[in-house]
Write a protein that binds this ligand. Structure first.
Ligand SMILES: [Zn+2]
Length: 361
């Protein structure tokens, strides 16, 4: 009897977590409601960036056959050109720059690794704060970028944000005040292997933003289990800090997305998180001007459902208020336009951190 119970427990625990694997990627053109529902009913498929004329669809081998069998219209997603890719720094070049910044500004910049990717690249976090080497009781904030490897703008915007902070601390009163008051942690690239290969998934083909525990699914235990190393690193990191507020940068749309992603229920503190999202979009004029989203913000679930996402996990399990910010319609634009995105977002980036002061949490 005991043996049977033990075996069934093993089977149960294996059923609970399964990674969402990406082998095939498509754009689904003008789907009907029936087609959307057919795809939604398959947990191994991932729908992303729902737009007026279609959406991205990811899944394991056999996805294309499934689309053909069901006569669903699709096309391949456009590849990023080799020339465009080549203009961007490599994860190794970024690592070098972060190390240099930490060495040059030791009082206000501390570099630490929260773990390694599948291909053993360090997941570097740069902490910006007065007395950066000491973790104290000042409020903690975090930015995470480049969770999807082919969504590159967030990583670049974060590098520019770090550069501006370290070089202007002590002379710019606003930046000085921010770093004096708060502890700001920045994971510039959660998926360096994906960035190196310009793929959405990690090097084991796992979609990291479908890999977290989710209170609305059977994978609802806040445990590391067999999750991707990048996911586990973030989970452990979050256990070591008292993050109160954070943002997770993506690309493929231009909008601030607030919880919940996984259920239609109203988020208990919806007014607070909506205001915070609105303020971000107002401070980033091109997002506020979005024609696809009113005022450049959206509730996650009403856009499209995400199971296993980092945002809802952060809030539900760890009490860390998190929004997902989609920075650019083009996931991997020409490198020369990155400064434009930074300029457009910079005051919103500073403004969001300031919100630590007003959050009643
Ligand atoms: Zn993404």
């Amino acid at each position: 009897m005991k043996k049977i119970l033990f075996l069934s427990l093993i089977i149960l625990s294996q059923k609970v977590y399964s990674s969402v694997v990406i082998d095939e990627s498509f754009w689904i053109k003008n789907p009907s409601i029936e087609e959307i529902n057919l795809l939604k009913a398959r947990p191994e498929f991932t729908i992303d960036h729902m737009k007026a004329d279609g959406f991205e669809l990811y899944g394991p081998k056999g996805l294309e056959d499934f689309l053909k069998q069901n006569q669903i219209q699709y096309r391949l997603l456009t590849n990023i050109s080799t020339e465009t890719k080549a203009d961007y720094p490599t994860p190794e070049e970024i690592e070098k720059e972060l190390k240099t910044m930490a060495l040059t500004y030791p009082g206000i910049a501390k570099l630490y690794s929260i773990g390694k990717s599948v291909k053993k690249r360090d997941l570097w976090v740069l902490k910006l704060s007065k007395n950066a080497n000491v973790d104290d009781n000042r409020p903690e904030f975090k930015y995470i970028a480049n969770m999807h490897g082919d969504e590159i703008v967030g990583r670049e915007v974060m590098l520019r944000f770090i550069r501006e902070c370290v070089t202007n601390y002590g002379t710019d009163p606003h930046i000085t005040n921010l770093l004096d008051k708060f502890q700001i942690h920045i994971l510039v690239s959660m998926n360096p292997d994906g960035a190196a290969a310009s793929t959405r998934a990690n090097a084991n083909r796992v979609d990291l933003n479908r890999d977290f525990p989710d209170f609305s699914t059977s994978d609802n235990q806040d445990v590391l289990g067999k999750r991707a190393p990048e996911t586990q690193a973030v989970m452990k990191w979050q256990a070591e800090h008292k993050f109160k507020l954070s943002a997770n940068f993506h690309g493929g749309a231009e909008v601030v997305n607030y919880p919940w992603d996984t259920v239609p229920d109203r988020f208990p503190e919806e007014d607070a998180i909506k205001n915070l999202s609105l303020e971000y979009s107002r401070n980033a004029p091109y997002i506020a001007a979005s024609t696809a989203f009113e005022n450049g913000i959206t509730n996650g679930y009403s856009w499209y459902e995400v199971n296993g996402g980092m945002q809802d996990w952060s809030i539900y399990y760890r009490g860390d208020f998190q929004v997902t910010i989609e920075l650019s319609n083009n996931k991997w634009p020409e490198y020369s336009i990155i400064n434009y995105y930074y300029e457009q977002n910079r005051s919103a980036l500073f403004g969001l951190i300031e919100k630590l002061d007003t959050l009643k949490r």
